[in-house]
Design a protein around this ligand. Structure first.
Ligand code: HEM
Length: 152
C-alpha cells in the first residue's frame, strides 16, 4: 500500500512538472523570442505549439486528478488536512481555466489562422497569455501550499 502512495505521488508530481514547466517555457522563453516575427509567421507557429502543448496538459490534468483523488482518499478524504483541500480546490480552478483556454480560446486562434484574420488571432493569443499567467501564479501558490504547510 505504501508503494502505491509513493507511485501516485511520483506521477502526481510528474504531471505538475510537465504542466508548470511548460507554462514557464511558453511564457518566459518562447513568447519573447517570437516577438519580432510577423503575425503571418507567429500565429500559425503558435497554433502548432499550443495544439501539442495542450495535449500534454490534458494528459497531465488527467494524471493529476486521478493520482490526487487517490492520494486524498489515502489521507483521510473529507477529513484530510485543510492544505490538501486547498490544493484540490486550487487545482480544480486551474483545470477549469485550462478547459476555457483549450475549448473556448484556442478554437478562436484556429479559426483566425484559417481565415488569415491576424488581429483576431493576436487578440486570442493575448487572452491565452493572460490566462496562462493566472494559472502559473495559481500553480506556484498550489505547490507552495502543498509543500510549505507540511506538518501543519
Ligand atoms: C484535483 C486536484 C488535486 C488533488 C485532489 C491533490 C491531492 C494531493 C494529495 C492528497 C497529495 C499528498 C500530500 C502529501 O503527500 O502530504 C498531493 C501532493 C502534492 N500535490 Fe496535489 N492535488 C491536486 C492538484 C495539485 C496541483 C494542481 C498541484 C500543483 C500545481 C499539486 C501539487 C502537489 C505537490 C507539490 C504535492 C507534494 C506535497 C508534499 O509531498 O509535500 N497538486 N496532492
Amino acid at each position: 500500500m505504501t508503494k502505491a502512495i509513493e507511485v501516485a505521488l511520483f506521477l502526481h508530481l510528474l504531471g505538475v512538472a510537465v504542466w508548470i514547466g511548460g507554462m514557464v517555457f511558453a511564457n518566459f522563453c518562447l513568447r519573447p523570442a517570437l516577438g519580432d516575427l510577423t503575425p503571418q509567421l507567429r500565429l500559425p507557429l503558435l497554433e502548432g505549439v499550443f495544439a501539442r502543448f495542450f495535449n500534454w496538459v490534458a494528459a497531465s490534468v488527467l494524471v493529476i486528478l486521478l493520482t490526487g483523488g487517490f492520494l486524498l482518499t489515502q489521507y483521510g478524504g473529507a477529513h484530510a488536512a485543510w492544505p490538501l483541500h486547498a490544493m484540490a480546490g486550487l487545482g480544480i480552478v486551474m483545470m477549469l481555466i485550462f478547459g476555457h483556454i483549450r475549448f473556448a480560446v484556442f478554437p478562436r486562434i484556429r479559426r483566425a489562422v484559417q481565415a488569415q484574420n491576424w488581429p483576431d488571432g493576436a487578440r486570442a493569443v493575448g487572452t491565452v497569455r493572460r490566462l496562462v499567467i493566472i494559472n502559473l501564479v495559481l500553480g506556484v501558490v498550489t505547490v507552495g501550499t502543498a509543500v510549505l504547510s507540511r506538518g501543519l
